[in-house]
Ligand binder design. Structure first.
Ligand code: H2U
Length: 352
């Protein structure tokens, strides 16, 4: 598309407080670059020593072990997926809407929760795994998306990974989760609305134009300033509108609505990008970098969704070291997310 420069000086963003717009979620983030130099006297997290064995007899996710509900895991050798024993959503929930006037509204929500063990090795995380092993995780995601999405009541499948005790992850064994449900949850719904509006206006996906500007530049946009790396099929970058200090996205170069559209080579490319990004994260503060990550993609509601351009998002909480994390409190809770270090600076640090 043709990009127009609306003001004359994007360099102002380096020095002055400003708000940046997230066109995917139709929301804003306050950026305060001048504050990045203030002294820090806040919380310093204690690092738990990482001395995990390859197999932990007390871990409910390790191969062959008994889970909390008494079921035994098989002696799995790569990826293992099972129904979450304590799922937040239940398949046998009836259908009902409860309403009193305009002020009290509730709906029963039907769904399924799955847990995906990335490896039988208790002591590995994604950045430690071979790309061929991560590829098996990608394959399992695709299968789960297809199988769960094919259930008539499932309209959205959320795939995610919650990594690190600081993110509330209950177990260090490398794993992720999949929640499939009747409704489209708020975050993907916001993205769906924004992408549909963009598609209707431009006949292209929002993220293909965004990627084009980030890779090749546009008025006021320096080419590759926020790009971390690319492989043949994917680009990893810190988005212009990042909220978390080292937030990142992995975006496929080819517009695809859902992960099941990937070719074999693209699946390898996603596995490679997942590894490359998490290796950079671990290197940044010399620590096993915590984050919540996940895939946003088209709903499984039997509609085509050409507007959707699937992508992976990473929201890590760390701010300036392995022990200092960003808190989304105060102004962030009450008004708007805010960040000090600019996305451009974060990208530079992650590239370095
Ligand atoms: P988190 O660490 O990201 O919370 O994921 C672990 C999930 O594993 C959690 O949702 C499930 C929990 O319900 N789980 C089982 O399904 N079986 C178990 O024996 C323990 C934990």
């Amino acid at each position: 598309m043709d990009f127009e420069l609306c003001t004359d000086d994007f360099a102002l963003l380096k020095d002055y407080p400003h708000r940046r717009y997230n066109p995917l979620t139709d929301s804003w983030v306050l950026v305060s670059p001048h504050r990045a130099k203030r002294p820090w006297q806040g919380q310093v997290e204690k690092l738990a020593p990482d001395t995990r064995p390859a197999h932990d007899p007390d871990c409910y996710l390790c191969a062959g072990n008994v889970r909390a509900n008494g079921e035994q895991n098989p002696p799995y050798e790569d990826v293992y997926v099972f129904d979450n024993d304590f799922a937040s959503l239940l398949e046998d929930t009836p259908s009902a809407e409860l309403q009193t006037g305009d002020l009290f509204l509730a709906r029963l929500e039907r769904g399924v929760g799955r847990v995906i063990c990335f490896s039988p090795r208790h002591d590995l995380t994604i950045p430690d795994m071979e790309v061929t092993a991560i590829r098996k995780v990608v394959d399992a995601w695709v299968t789960e998306y297809e199988v769960l999405g094919a259930k008539s009541f499932v309209n959205y499948v959320q795939i995610f990974e919650n990594k690190g005790a600081v993110m509330g992850c209950s177990n260090p064994h490398p794993h992720g989760q999949i929640w499939a449900q009747e409704s489209i949850p708020d975050e993907p719904l916001k993205k769906q609305r924004a992408q549909l509006k963009y598609w209707d206006m431009h006949g292209k996906t929002l993220l293909s134009d965004y990627l084009d500007a980030e890779l090749n530049g546009a008025p006021g946009v320096t080419a590759r300033e926020r790009v971390l790396f690319e492989n043949e099929h994917f680009v990893a970058l810190v988005p212009f509108w990042a909220v978390w200090p080292f937030e990142a996205m992995i975006i496929p170069k080819r517009p695809m609505a859902r992960i099941s559209e990937m070719t074999d080579a693209e699946r390898d490319g996603l596995a490679d990008a997942y590894k490359q990004l998490t290796v950079r994260y671990d290197a940044l503060f010399q620590t096993s970098f915590p984050y919540s990550a996940g895939i946003h993609q088209a709903p499984t509601d039997d509609i085509d969704h050409p507007e959707w351009h699937f992508h992976m998002v990473f929201y890590p909480p760390l701010l300036r070291s392995a022990t200092v994390k960003k808190f989304m409190v105060g102004y962030e809770m009450l008004a708007n997310p805010q960040r000090d270090i600019t996305p451009e600076k974060a990208a530079e640090l992650l590239r370095g």
